[in-house]
Ligand binder design. Structure first.
Ligand SMILES: Cc1ncc(COP(=O)(O)O)c(C=O)c1O
Length: 347
């Protein structure tokens, strides 16, 4: 079987970006205080405050599942419920972690086109039952960019936030691909977070170019109370924290995080343009970030896999998810699209 240097399965297939790697190497000198008491961690948290242009509490954890589970558990009691889209990562890909870490908080699913939740859906779900026998809605979770590869506009987040506040709920954003959303919208990070009413953000570093590590960012400072204990109890307090923090410094200090995200988005756009007019290929969602979702004939899917390409077909509604990363090249897109074209023609 042919081997390819890069694939279209996930942005977490990609390696460490040069900026994160050189910061890691730089951090690897001498001894530093453990458990986040070091200078790299302080600097990374300060850079995140600069990016968001506000006071916020920042905690570094190993992965996105932990960022979501721990932050949601800080926003709920066990008798509460979390409203999210039916494709949400917290529902489909975290193995019941949010329920586990919050000691039983129930997840209630909303439908919505293009992987998005809408104010009407939130209102309907939150008002459906208000009696003592039903888990009380407490948090709305949205994903930015969404699991369908789409992006919430600032206005959409504002409307969701308004509905959320009016119902007395809190707003959580899963930003595993937050950088791709910012690059796609061309807005400042504050416009789609705290200014739009987001209380807590799981800010993704891994898919953007780090080896590992996500930041939990509390814009609602009250919710951060004793969060460090949750992080420790959840097994997410890195003793050598400087190595989780340093890549953030490398990626944030001169804007590499947004350059990489913009590049990944451009590669997805190029892929979309290369295949969208093929008869036999049907785009499933508008491409707004670094994923292209497309329905292909099963024979073409099988043949692509036989040619050594890796990609997922189980996300959201199914179909193929082709995802680009900071290191995807135009040549990769050209080769992959060429194979798709050839194999569709052969079916
Ligand atoms: C939307 C979303 N949230 C969170 C995550 C984080 O998951 P992990 O625990 O694999 O870092 C992912 C990873 O695929 C994701 O796609």
């Amino acid at each position: 079987m042919k081997t390819h240097p890069r694939h279209f399965a996930s942005d977490n297939y990609a390696g460490i970006c040069p900026e994160a790697m050189s910061a890691l190497v730089e951090a690897n000198h001498g001894h530093a205080q453990a458990y986040g008491e070091d200078e790299w961690t302080a600097r990374a948290a300060d850079l995140i405050r600069e990016v968001f242009e506000t006071r916020c509490e920042v905690f570094f954890v190993f992965n996105g599942t932990a960022a979501n589970c721990l932050s949601l558990s800080a926003m709920c009691q066990p008798y509460h419920s979390i409203l999210c889209h039916e494709y949400a990562h917290i529902e489909t890909d975290e193995c019941g972690g949010p329920e586990f870490f919050s000691n039983g908080t129930k997840i209630l699913l909303l439908k919505g086109d293009n992987g998005k939740v809408f104010p009407e859906g939130i209102e309907k779900a939150a008002r459906k039952r208000t009696d003592i026998h039903f888990p009380k809605p407490r948090v709305v979770n949205i994903t930015q960019a969404t699991e369908a590869g789409t992006v919430y506009s600032p206005a959409e987040i504002g409307e969701i936030s308004e509905a959320t506040r009016a119902l007395g709920l809190r707003l959580h954003m899963d930003g595993a691909r937050f950088a791709n959303a910012v690059a796609s919208l061309g807005v400042s990070p504050k416009e789609i977070t705290w200014q739009a009413g987001v209380d807590v953000l799981s800010f993704g570093g891994t898919k953007n170019g780090a080896a590992a590590g996500e930041a939990v960012v509390f814009f609602n400072l009250d919710l951060a109370h004793e969060f460090e204990y949750r992080v420790k109890q959840g097994g997410q307090l890195a003793s050598k924290m400087r190595f989780l923090a340093a890549p953030w410094v490398g990626m944030l200090k001169d804007g590499a995080w947004l350059r990489h995200a913009a590049h990944a988005n451009r590669m997805a756009e190029l892929l979309e343009q290369s295949i969208r007019d093929l008869s036999g290929a049907r785009l499933m969602f508008p491409r707004q970030a670094n994923a292209v979702f497309v329905q292909l004939p099963q024979a073409a899917i099988d043949a692509l896999r036989l040619r050594g390409w890796r990609f997922y077909t189980f996300i959201g509604e199914g179909g193929c998810r082709f995802m680009t990363a900071w290191d995807t090249t135009e040549q990769d897109v050209h080769d992959f699209a060429g194979d798709i074209r050839e194999l569709i023609a052969a079916t």
